[in-house]
Design a protein around this ligand. Sequence first.
Ligand code: PAF
Length: 261
Amino acid sequence: MEKLCDIDGLRHWRRRQARRTVGFVPTMGALHDGHLHLLDRAREECEVVLASLFVNPAQFNDPEDCASYPTPLEDDLALCEKHKVGAVFLPEEKTIYPDGYRFRVVENDDSHRLEGEFRPGHFDGVLTVVMKLLQLAQADRAYFGEKDWQQLRLVTGMAAAFFLPTEIVPVPTVREEDGLALSSRNRRLSAEGRQKAPRFPRILREAESAEAARTGLAAAGFTVEYVEDREGRRLGAVQLEGVRLIDNLPLAETAAAKEAS
Ligand code: PAF
């Protein structure tokens, strides 16, 4: 596995893969099984996998949240190696933002709703870094988890709007046995919080409407940011012990749909 830290190194590596299909998995590190599924899927569908590990300051509203983001680099590299990644891109902030954040990708609609309402500017930060990474990777396919549903939809929309040649591939959410969606943030929960957290996806699934889910979650002790049914999915975000948890599922899998059928 090659470790690439600068743009020249990445471009040189990419030129050497010219005859192979390249699958790209962008991450912020702190890899968990959800990321490993992305890497495995990329490995199944492409001849070589490129992963990036970069904690992107532009997508954090709270600088402290960014500063305290876990960066277990050695563990991440060992996992990439184990999952047959061909190269890992490990840029520094100045490598990705040589313009000092002067240029940005801005989306004017959905990026302001739901996650965007609670994390102003978050999606502009995500879209900007993803655009830069996709331009650098020049991959055939790039893999994104369905857990971050709005992110997936916005990245897919951006790739289409800017005629990017990379196919954006959605990968289903990976869950713990108790139903909690995997997330790097889960490790911030206390043992008690971790026990309670699976009630979030359960209530999302079992509630007969978004409103019933909001009421049920508040009664179960979560601070509800939003629950909304849209485009055939139920999306929700809550806080537990100050940790944000987000999740979504197809409406067809909720109690509402089951009652109706
Ligand atoms: O989903 C993530 O981990 C990040 O938002 C991404 C896509 C790597 C961009 O920083």
